[in-house]
Design a protein around this ligand. Structure first.
Ligand SMILES: Cc1ncc(COP(=O)(O)O)c(C=O)c1O
Length: 471
C-alpha cells in the first residue's frame, strides 16, 4: 500500500496523447509522512467516517500565519489580520485562528455566530459582505463589531437604526472603496459615494466611529492592491480634514498560494491539449496553481511598492500611523486539509482509458463547475487487496456518484501507474481553500461529507462538523 502520485511519469506510456506532465501536489511534511507511511490509517478513517472524507490539520494554519507575520514584522508594519472564515466551514480552523489571536472576517450572520462560538471577541470581528441583511447588521451593531459599509444605502440602514441602538454608540465602521482596478464591480463605493459617506459620518461623530477604509479585489496580484492603497492616500487626508480619525486600511484577501511546483506547472501548461481532457476541451482559465509567488513574497512585494513622495507602502503606513488590515482566507488554510474519495466503480472506456466513479461528487471539489480544473494530481492509495491492482499503466478521469453527466471531479485524463480498483482511495491535497465545501450539498439525499480535525500524528481525531462545533 504505497502512495503514488497519479501522474508519476511512466516509461511505458509511449502514446503522446497519454503523456501528461506530472503535477504532483506540494504536501506539508505532516501530511506527506501520513500518506507515505500510514496509508492504512487513512483507509481506516474513511471506513469509519465515510467518503469523501475531509481531514483537517488546524495546527498548520499557525505555520502559515507565522510566515505572514514574519514579513509584516520585518517591515515594522502594524497590522490586524482577520481570518476570512468563508474559506472553509471547519470550526476547528476558526478555533485555530482565534487561538492565534486573529480577528475574523464574517460575511454572514452565521459566520459571525460561529466566530463568536469559537471565542473570537466581537470587537475583533469585521462584518463584510455587500448586502448585509438587517438581522446581521443589528447583531454586528449590538455586539460592537466593526462593520465594513459597502454602499450609501447600507449607511442609510445603519443611520435608521441609530435611535434603537443608542446604548451601542459609537458604531464602528469602515467604508468599502471600489478601486479603479475594478470599476465594473458592484462591490464598494465610487468617489462620489465615498465622499457622501465621509461627510455623513463627520457630522455624526457621537454615533459612528470611523475606523478607516476597506477594499477587496478579485485576482491574486499584489500590484492592483498596491495601486488601490495608493488611491486611498488622498482619501485618508480627506477624512482627516473632515475631523475623522482613520486608523486602518484593510486590503481584503487574495494572497496566493502554490499547490504544485512552479516548473512542473509551467511544463504542464505549455504541453496540455484537448486530447488530455475527456470533453476534448482544454480549460482556458485556472487558479495560478504553480505561481511563483507565495504569501511571503507577495507581502514583501506589496509593502515595498511605491506609494507617496518616494515612500513605499510600508513607510507610508508607518508615517501615517495606519494599521494594515488583511483578510486572508485561502493563504491561511494553505495545506491544512486533504479530501479522500473512495473509488466505488472502475468502468472501462477503451483499451487503456477508464472512468473512476467515486463515493462523493464534484460538489466537493468544485473547479469543473467553473469551467476549470483543480490542477494537481491526486494521490492514489491502493486498498491493498491481493492481486487487485495490476501494474498496467492507464489513464482515467474521475467522476462523482450523481446522475449528472457534468458531475466530474476532473475532466482531465490522469495517467496511473497501476489500474485503480474499487476500494482504492484518491486523495486530493490542499483542499481547504474553497475546494471542499463551497458547493457541497445533499444531492440524491446523500448526507454531507464528514470533516474531521486531527493533530499532527493522528492521535486525536475529532468530528469537525457543520453545526459549527469541533467536538
Ligand atoms: C471581502 C473579502 N475578504 C476576504 C476574502 C478572502 O479572500 P482569499 O481567500 O482569496 O484570501 C474574500 C473572498 O472572496 C472577500 O470577498
Amino acid at each position: 500500500m504505497q502512495p503514488t502520485t497519479a501522474n508519476a511519469a511512466s516509461p511505458l506510456m509511449s502514446d503522446t496523447e497519454t503523456k501528461v506532465p506530472a503535477l504532483p501536489p506540494l504536501l506539508d511534511p505532516t501530511i506527506a509522512t501520513l500518506l507515505e507511511h500510514s496509508p492504512g490509517r487513512v483507509m481506516e478513517l474513511v471506513e469509519q467516517f465515510g467518503s469523501p472524507l475531509n481531514i483537517v490539520w488546524p495546527h498548520i494554519l499557525h505555520k502559515n500565519l507565522h510566515a505572514m507575520r514574519s514579513v509584516l514584522q520585518a517591515h515594522g508594519v502594524e497590522h490586524q489580520i482577520f481570518y476570512a472564515i468563508k474559506v472553509n466551514k471547519s470550526q476547528s480552523l476558526v478555533h485555530a485562528a482565534v487561538d492565534a489571536g486573529l480577528g475574523v472576517d464574517a460575511s454572514s450572520l452565521y459566520e459571525f455566530r460561529d466566530a463568536l462560538r469559537a471565542g473570537a471577541k466581537p470587537e475583533q470581528i469585521c462584518g463584510t459582505g455587500p448586502a448585509k441583511p438587517d438581522a446581521f447588521i443589528a447583531d454586528l451593531v449590538s455586539r460592537g463589531a466593526l462593520i465594513s459599509i459597502d454602499s450609501v444605502e447600507e449607511l442609510a440602514v445603519l443611520e435608521s437604526l441609530l435611535s434603537d441602538y443608542r446604548d451601542n454608540w459609537p458604531i464602528r465602521v469602515t467604508l468599502r472603496y471600489r478601486p479603479s482596478a475594478s470599476l465594473q464591480s458592484r462591490f464598494g463605493m465610487t468617489a462620489n459615494d465615498l465622499e457622501h459617506c465621509l461627510r455623513k459620518l463627520s457630522t455624526q461623530k457621537a454615533a459612528f466611529q470611523f475606523e478607516g477604509f476597506h477594499f477587496h479585489l478579485g485576482g491574486y496580484r499584489p500590484a492592483p492592491r498596491a495601486e488601490a492603497l495608493c488611491e486611498l492616500v488622498d482619501w485618508v487626508d480627506t477624512a482627516r480634514a473632515l475631523g475623522l480619525s482613520p486608523r486602518m486600511v484593510d486590503i481584503g484577501g487574495g494572497i496566493p498560494i502554490r499547490y504544485v511546483e512552479s516548473d512542473s506547472y509551467d511544463a504542464f501548461i505549455a504541453s496540455h491539449h484537448d486530447g488530455h481532457y475527456r470533453n476534448a476541451t482544454t480549460p482556458t482559465s485556472f487558479y495560478p496553481y504553480g505561481g511563483r509567488m507565495d504569501a511571503q513574497k507577495w507581502l514583501s512585494l506589496f509593502l515595498a511598492s511605491p506609494c507617496r513622495d518616494g515612500q513605499n507602502i510600508a513607510d507610508y503606513l508607518k508615517q501615517e500611523n495606519l494599521v494594515l488590515g488583511l483578510e486572508p482566507g485561502r493563504s491561511l488554510v494553505d495545506q491544512t486539509a486533504v479530501t479522500a474519495f473512495r473509488i466505488t466503480r472502475v468502468k472501462a472506456l477503451g483499451e487503456n482509458d477508464y472512468v473512476l466513479f467515486v463515493e462523493g461528487s464534484s460538489f466537493s471539489a468544485c473547479e469543473t463547475w467553473f469551467n476549470s480544473e483543480f490542477l494537481q494530481d491526486p494521490i492514489h492509495l491502493p486498498c491493498g487487496l491481493a492481486g487487485a491492482n495490476d501494474d498496467k499503466p492507464c489513464r482515467a478521469y474521475i467522476a462523482g456518484h450523481s446522475c449528472l453527466d457534468e458531475d466530474v471531479i476532473t475532466n482531465r485524463f490522469l495517467p496511473f501507474q497501476s489500474r485503480p480498483q474499487t476500494g482504492d482511495l484518491i486523495v486530493y491535497a490542499n483542499t481547504a481553500g474553497y475546494q471542499m465545501d463551497l458547493l457541497e450539498n445533499e444531492f440524491h439525499r446523500v448526507p454531507m461529507p464528514n470533516r474531521i480535525a486531527v493533530n499532527s500524528d493522528l492521535t486525536t481525531v475529532v468530528l469537525d462538523d457543520l453545526s459549527g462545533e469541533a467536538e
